[in-house]
Design a protein around this ligand. Structure first.
Ligand code: PLP
Length: 400
């Protein structure tokens, strides 16, 4: 019998991929499926980006490239950060990775080890808890609650710091809640962290361009005082609809860059060469396609939230960014996991239980509205039919 390393037991998974596979299997049997489970834009990448990738292949960019990413791409990222947030970031502090998830993995492997702790949000992107645990560190959750629009309480986060704390993870706009972190709370957190100069901050800003209602994204890069311990994560997957191109990046404090490069050399060598040229075109070219996507999602957000609010037993906060609705379904009487599986099996609606994002996701489900208005309306119709039928049956059973 092959012996598998015990650390593998600490690694979790992402339910989105599992539910997607189940939904696809059901669709293959002829069942009509409405898919709102995967966090993936439903638009193609901008045409000039695709052309830049094709041109790079035609021009012969087939070989290995620099492990941290080609310099013109890291310069383009630096210029983009300057344009967006008025910050000066040296390209030598940036590494490009096959998706921002890889940079997250590297950051947590660098910082976490057995006997240490890393603080992270709950509910949140499932990779955080899983990768923290894989590093050997103990995951210490801080709650994001509906009552504060899924922001956080700085005092609460600071109160979880112990001598073992190595890092705090922040994510804004957030998956799955679509909340954005409150600027005042961030200021208070950063002030409180002055007492803890050895704690790193990992800021996952992958949804930074997808923000609604005139909010502007506030990057943690704006805190000069954090620069020597801030790891910023961003990428092309969501903003430029390039999930399958696998392109992301991190801005590292000087002291961590060599470790990030060493991990890259040991792991993936370098990012797909042609993809990096597409990445430059995305950052430097016209941004109207990105704007058009955000406008379309904003309209769909209004439709889905209105529809969800009309469902029996459901209430829903208005997403401030990203493209997920995260309604509270506790009034339906169903647990999140039960609702997820019954909606998939009985109504063909693929969505995710809030508990896929941590224990505090109980009472919630996540629906991605990066899909067509028709699909959203069909999903709402089917969920309503399911809830009305089942809640009436239950009420009748309770009365009897
Ligand atoms: N961080 C968050 C919050 C996400 O939602 C995702 C993807 O769903 C990622 C990171 C990973 O993105 P990628 O590796 O495609 O850049």
């Amino acid at each position: 019998m092959i012996k598998i390393a015990s650390r593998m037991d600490r690694l979790g998974t992402e339910s989105a991929f599992e539910i997607l596979a189940k939904a696809q299997a059901l669709a293959a049997t002829g069942k009509s499926i409405v898919n709102l489970c995967i966090g993936q834009p439903d638009f193609p990448p901008p045409a000039h980006v695709i052309e830049a990738g094709q041109r790079a292949i035609a021009e012969g960019h087939h070989g290995y490239s620099a492990a941290p990413g080609i310099l013109p791409l890291r310069e383009a990222i630096s210029a983009d950060l300057h344009r967006r947030f008025d910050v000066a970031i040296d390209p030598s502090n940036i590494t490009v990775t096959p998706g921002s998830k890889v940079a997250l993995f590297f950051a947590l492997q660098m910082l976490g080890e057995i006997g240490s702790e890393i603080i992270y949000p709950n509910p949140a992107y499932p990779g955080y808890e899983s990768i923290i645990a894989f590093s050997g560190a103990t995951p210490v959750a801080y709650p994001l609650s509906e009552a504060t629009g899924f922001s956080f309480d700085a005092d609460d986060v600071l109160s979880r710091i112990t001598p073992k704390t190595r890092a705090i993870i922040l994510n804004s706009p957030a998956n799955p809640t679509s909340g954005i972190l409150d600027r005042g709370e961030l200021d208070r957190l950063v002030k409180g962290l002055e007492q803890h100069p050895n704690i790193a901050v990992v800021s996952d800003e992958i949804y930074s361009r997808i923000i609604y209602d005139g909010h502007a994204h506030f990057s943690l890069l704006s805190y000069e005082s954090l620069r020597d311990r801030l790891i910023l994560l961003d990428g092309w997957s969501k903003s430029f609809s390039m999930t399958g191109w696998r392109l992301g990046y991190a801005v590292w404090p000087k002291a961590l860059v060599e470790h990030a490069v060493k991990l890259a050399i040991n792991c993936h060598s370098c990012v797909n060469n042609a993809t990096q040229f597409a990445g430059i075109a995305a950052l430097e070219g016209p941004q109207d396609t990105v704007q058009a996507m955000v406008t379309a999602w904003s309209e769909r957000r209004n439709i889905i939230v209105k529809g969800l609010r009309e469902l029996p037993g459901v209430r829903c906060t208005m997403p401030a960014g990203a493209f997920y609705a995260f309604p509270n379904i506790s009034g339906t009487g169903f647990s999140s996991a039960n609702l997820q599986s019954r909606l998939l099996n009985e109504e063909g609606v693929a969505l995710l239980s809030g508990t896929s994002f941590g224990s505090l996701g109980e009472g919630y489900i996540r629906l991605s509205y990066a899909t067509s208005t028709e699909q959203i309306e069909e999903a709402l119709h089917r969920i309503n039919r399911f809830l009305v039928d089942n809640m009436e049956t239950r009420r009748a059973a309770a009365v009897a």
